[in-house]
Design a protein around this ligand. Structure first.
Ligand SMILES: Cc1cc2nc3c(=O)[nH]c(=O)nc-3n(C[C@H](O)[C@H](O)[C@H](O)COP(=O)(O)OP(=O)(O)OC[C@H]3O[C@@H](n4cnc5c(N)ncnc54)[C@H](O)[C@@H]3O)c2cc1C
Length: 538
């Protein structure tokens, strides 16, 4: 066993949340922080090129998960890419920055008992993370650069025209916590290049002597002694090693990695863990339960004109990007969004449209023709699934079963069906008439409910937003308390998308960054309190 570093804080995973923690906890120059990442440095050129993210799927920068066969989707299994490199999933995501809706955070506070997480209380943490110049009510001067796309396709203006023709209002940048209506995306980019959590938070902190970053090091287990987390065991090309923490161990391994690590370390459902021969430290049956994800239905079409990056004059586009970070490769592929309600009486939107400049079928890995896709997203799914251990082998992928469309009342399919009908109304407006060609999703414009259901089951895909597998809550059975502390184990928190008690009405990068920003304050405040207590006790 190699002797590893010792620190006040050991952070597992350098993704959206882990990068925030590494920066904020090392900022005082005093506390030693060790950040351990399973993947390598984020040097691949495709990470920086906004339009290239689908080409990272299936590479060493992707964990390459797959779900179990989904009965609700005709028995299909889905690819679940997750970042495995510095920046984590923020290094291969679609760069859309949406905060979610204030009803989400007020719901966490009121319904889930998450004191401190209401909209009014989380707002300053979004603003602190953001750097968006120009009009609107976003923050400025924070680590995450948010820009308009530099060279969006003319087809995007046509889509927004069609939304207006269909009666959707324009998204209001002055109300970023109440998204409603259609607008161009705000992208995590700087000057036409991706701007990940590693770019915004980690890189500026790397020069600090109190921050150590270990890459290509997979954590296999949390070391728990007398009910307290005291470090982690990890493995590198040189063999096994340990990192010890005299303060806290902070799991930021993401919505799949964090519950898997808890279970491998004896924190989870006691019977299940014993079945795998794992010694139980805390019986927390909800670890790995409560998995929620955004399911969407892609309505894809051939498109007239050069809209899809990489199809016509690929070399010219590369040259244009390299020379001045311009052109179609600066597109994040998903150039506009719209938030809408499936019916009256709802407190907030429950549907989203995502407008993509690519035929987003088979996750766009081999787009060889110009096309567009309108993705219809179910924002508040009632179906929940699980992440379970396949075995006690840390190298084995866990079993991921999102149980899409499994809610007993069939609400999820009903809301998606309404969303598809509304999308069909947008797609048939005059503003898009000259752009759309033949449907690539068979039946995309057929309103017959039977066709819509069949199309949903055959084509629905993940929007890559798993959350909730180590949910926080006021309920004593929740995995985490509202300070993100793992119940039953001292010195251990989970700080990443798995801690979100429910899916926000938007994409998950911004809420995860916000969560980690607030977590850093909670951790530092508790440490200061302990120091004061220790001094007073002398
Ligand atoms: C293809 C794709 C597109 C997306 N598009 C968007 C979008 O446009 N907008 C948006 O808001 N959200 C988007 N998301 C979702 C968003 O990026 C994630 O919700 C967010 O990045 C999650 O952050 P996290 O910190 O929870 O996990 P991650 O960022 O996934 O970080 C977890 C990190 O932990 C590391 N890790 C895991 N296990 C271990 C271990 N055992 N040892 C050491 N390290 C480990 C991983 O390698 C990874 O670096 C997308 C995601 C994907 C995959």
């Amino acid at each position: 066993m190699g002797a590893g570093p010792t620190a006040r804080y050991v952070v597992v995973g350098a993704g959206s949340a882990g990068c925030v923690l590494a920066e904020r906890l090392s900022a005082d120059g005093d506390a030693q922080v060790v950040l351990i990442e399973a993947g390598g440095p984020d040097r691949r050129a495709e990470i920086g090129i906004p339009a290239a993210f689908p080409s990272l799927f299936g590479t060493s920068a992707d964990w390459g998960y797959r779900t179990t066969p989904q009965p609700g989707l005709g028995g299909r299994t889905l690819n679940w890419p997750r970042g495995r490199t510095l920046g984590g999933s923020s290094s291969l995501n679609a760069q859309i920055w949406t905060r979610g809706h204030l009803a989400d955070f007020d719901g966490w506070a009121e319904d889930d008992g998450c004191a401190g997480w209401s909209a009014g209380e989380v707002l300053p943490y979004f603003a602190r993370a953001e750097d968006r110049s120009g009009a609107g009510a976003y923050g400025s001067g924070g680590p995450i650069r948010i820009e308009d796309l530099r060279d969006p396709s003319p087809a995007t203006a046509e889509f927004l025209g069609a939304c207006a023709e269909a009666g959707l209002p324009a998204l209001d940048d002055g109300r970023p916590l109440e998204p409603e209506g259609a607008g161009p995306v705000r992208a995590t980019q700087r000057g036409g290049r991706r701007w990940s959590a590693a770019d915004g938070y980690l890189r500026p902190a790397l020069r600090r002597e109190n921050l150590t970053v270990v890459t290509d090091a997979r954590v296999e287990r949390i070391l728990i002694e007398d009910g307290r987390a005291v470090g982690v065991a990890y493995t590198t090309a040189d063999g096994p090693a340990e990192a010890r923490a005299d303060g806290e161990v902070l799991l930021a391994a993401g919505a799949i990695g964090s519950p898997q690590l808890l279970m491998l370390s004896g924190v989870g459902d006691a019977d299940e863990l014993r079945g795998h021969g794992i010694t139980v430290h805390a019986h927390l049956p909800r670890v790995g339960r409560g998995l929620a994800d955004h399911l969407y239905v892609p309505l894809a079409f051939e498109a007239h004109g050069r809209v899809t990056p990489g199809v016509t004059d690929r070399q010219g586009e590369i040259t244009e990007f390299l020379r001045g970070r311009r052109g179609r490769l600066t597109s994040n592929l998903a150039e506009a969004v719209a938030f809408l309600r499936s019916g009256p009486g709802l407190p907030a939107p429950d549907l989203e449209f995502v407008w993509m400049l690519v035929p987003f079928l088979d996750q766009a890995r081999a787009a060889r023709q110009h096309g567009v896709t309108l993705g219809v997203v179910l924002l508040r799914p009632r179906s929940h699934g699980t992440v379970r251990l396949a075995s006690a082998d840390p190298a084995a992928h866990p079993v991921i079963d999102p149980r899409y469309l499994s809610d007993p009342d069939g609400d999820d399919l009903r809301v998606l069906t309404e969303g598809i009908h509304r999308a069909q109304q947008v797609l048939t407006r005059p503003a898009l008439a000259a752009r759309l060609g033949a449907p690539l999703t068979p039946g995309a414009l057929d309103p017959d409910p039977g066709t819509v259901h069949a199309l949903t089951r055959t084509h629905a895909e993940t929007l890559y937003h798993p959350v909730g597998t180590c949910g926080m809550g006021g309920d004593p059975e929740a995995v985490l308390d509202p300070h993100l502390r793992v119940r039953g184990v001292a010195g251990l928190r989970v700080v990443d998308a798995s801690a979100l008690p429910s899916l926000p009405r938007g994409h998950t990068h911004a809420p995860t960054v916000m969560l980690a920003e607030r977590a850093a304050d909670l951790i530092l405040a508790e440490a200061a309190q302990h120091r004061r207590g220790a001094l007073a006790g002398r």
